[in-house]
Design a protein around this ligand. Structure first.
Ligand code: ADP
Ligand code: MG
Length: 484
């Protein structure tokens, strides 16, 4: 065992996709597809003479995230000015929250691969406005202010995370909660969710924390994982060599797969925080909190427990099915066709997920594949009630993926319906036995393992369309009769 343990606290920024911006009625647009600088107004640019107005809807949605993370909502919160200059922040300060955040003292439980559950404390979640976006080109840097002023929620954990795996699990779970709440789609490549790990290491003899570094602007969960692994190894080496670690803001170099220092960190004093004079203090009545709580949808943990208790799924299957909202929605859509819950789960986690994999479709995009949840459910039901067997179903599923045709239609068009007429099955068994007298003789003489090939032969004669269980039963009966 190593003498060192990773210590990580995560800061996650989540854009709240309201219709209008945090402090004005300027529309919020997709920051990747919308033409640059088409959703800007004097307030988001902070032009002289403008005044911000708080977006009530953004506040409510942010409160719902806080409640989903088991936070307390203090009776009063307050916006504050965080002063710094950067080309993507034209007014020279960002309206954020400082010592009176919207949400405090929450917690999220995560399930780790070793079967343990760990509680990650959420220190605070505060509202702020997003900045614009810089685009660096060969000719120079360009700035797009569409994103300036978009409501942004910063969610900060305590340094309770002790592995890259735990950080990844927390980030995935938080992302799925955002999706369930409809706050944003969690697409890190578009920057609607951004994760920044604060990383230090603890020696087994330490009583306090060591200096940390912070990695900025990660655009995938994979780079979150890798940057933590890298930074932990680098810090352990630095301490062991006696060099020590300097507090710094770092970036992740995708090409080198390494962290690089961007700047030695600024302190809170440098931001010169003070209460935002253009906005009132926000009072949050208990009725308002209760109303937000009442609007919470069923969240992933509750859905997982319901899948286990009401549908009889295993904890593992249930966890996978709820981990992305799109997957859970698809699964529940499939059940509306009356398919058995466990077989639907098996078919989804097995064959359907393989199809997604083989076609490089992300699980969260399952809602846009050619096979509708209802058609998928209908296919599972056809297997359940014996109208097709599993092999046929796999073929039909492949065709559904290609053409989007209803499974019943494919089965009818191709004559794939399962043969359930036992007299047809018995005829084939009789014919197989007549054509292979040596097999039958050897079997009756004790060569039990010939049963498999004989079953296979009969299945082949029936074009693979019979229920293998029925074939085995009838064949056994026919052979027993010969023994008799
Ligand atoms: P700041 O206000 O400068 O951003 P905070 O103390 O609020 O600093 O912490 C920011 C984040 O850093 C939090 O997620 C916190 O859990 C984490 N953090 C604080 N100290 C450490 C440490 N020694 N190692 C790892 N993470 C830390
Ligand atoms: Mg910070």
């Amino acid at each position: 065992m190593s003498d060192w343990t990773p210590v990580v606290g995560l800061e996650i920024h989540a854009e709240i996709l309201t219709e209008s911006k945090m402090f004005s009625d300027c529309p919020v647009v997709d920051s990747v597809t919308a033409p640059p600088n088409t959703a800007v107004d004097p307030v988001s640019l902070g032009l002289p003479g403008t005044l911000p107005v708080i977006n009530r809807r953004a506040l409510e949605m942010a409160m719902m995230v806080g409640l989903a993370l088991n936070c307390e909502i203090p009776p009063v919160n307050q916006f504050a000015r965080k002063s710094y200059f950067y080309p993507d922040l034209p007014k020279g300060y960002q309206i954020s929250q400082y010592d009176r955040p919207l949400c405090v003292n929450g917690a999220l439980d995560i399930d780790l691969a070793d079967g343990t559950t760990q509680r990650i404390r959420v220190r605070r979640a505060h509202l702020e406005e997003d900045t614009g976006k810089l685009v660096h080109t060969a000719e120079g840097s360009l700035v797009d202010y569409n994103r300036a002023g978009v409501p942004l929620l910063e969610i900060v954990t305590e340094p309770d995370i002790h592995s890259a795996e735990a950080a990844e699990t927390y980030a995935r779970k938080l992302r799925s909660i955002l999706q369930y709440l409809g706050i944003n789609d969690g697409d890190m490549s578009k920057g609607v969710m951004r994760v920044e790990p604060n990383i230090s290491v603890r020696h087994k003899d330490d009583t306090g924390y060591r200096t940390r570094t912070e990695v900025k602007n990660l655009n995938s969960i994979r780079s979150l994982y890798r940057s933590i692994e890298y930074e932990v190894a680098r810090q352990i080496k630095a301490w062991e060599r006696g060099e020590g670690v300097r507090q710094a803001t770092m970036g992740w170099d995708e090409v080198k797969q390494a962290t690089v220092v961007q700047r030695f960190k600024e302190s809170a004093e440098e931001y010169r925080y003070f209460p935002e004079p253009d906005l009132p203090v926000v009072e949050v009545s208990r009725e308002w909190v209760a109303a937000a709580r009442a609007r919470l949808p069923e969240l992933p943990d509750a859905k997982r427990d319901r899948f286990i208790e009401a549908l009889g799924l295993s904890r593992y299957d249930a966890s996978v099915l709820v981990s992305e909202r799109a997957v859970a929605d698809y699964y529940e859509g499939a059940l509306t066709e009356g398919a058995n819950a466990k077989s639907a789960a098996n078919w989804m986690l097995g064959s359907l997920f393989s199809l997604l994999n083989n076609n490089s479709v992300e699980r969260e995009a399952i809602g846009s594949i050619t096979i509708s949840p209802q058609q998928f459910g209908a296919l599972v039901k056809m297997v359940d009630d014996g109208s097709i067997n599993k092999n046929t179903a796999a073929t039909v599923l492949g065709e559904m993926w290609e053409t989007g045709t209803h499974p019943a239609q494919i089965v009818e068009n191709k004559g794939l319906g399962q043969i359930s007429d036992s007299s047809i099955i018995e005829d084939s068994i009789a014919r197989m036995m007549a054509e292979n007298p040596v097999w039958v003789e050897d079997y009756l003489g004790g060569k039990d393992k010939l049963f498999g090939p004989m079953t296979g032969k009969v299945m082949g004669m029936l074009g693979g369309k019979a229920d293998p269980k029925v074939v085995r039963e009838r064949l056994q009966a026919a052979l027993d009769a010969r023994k008799g």
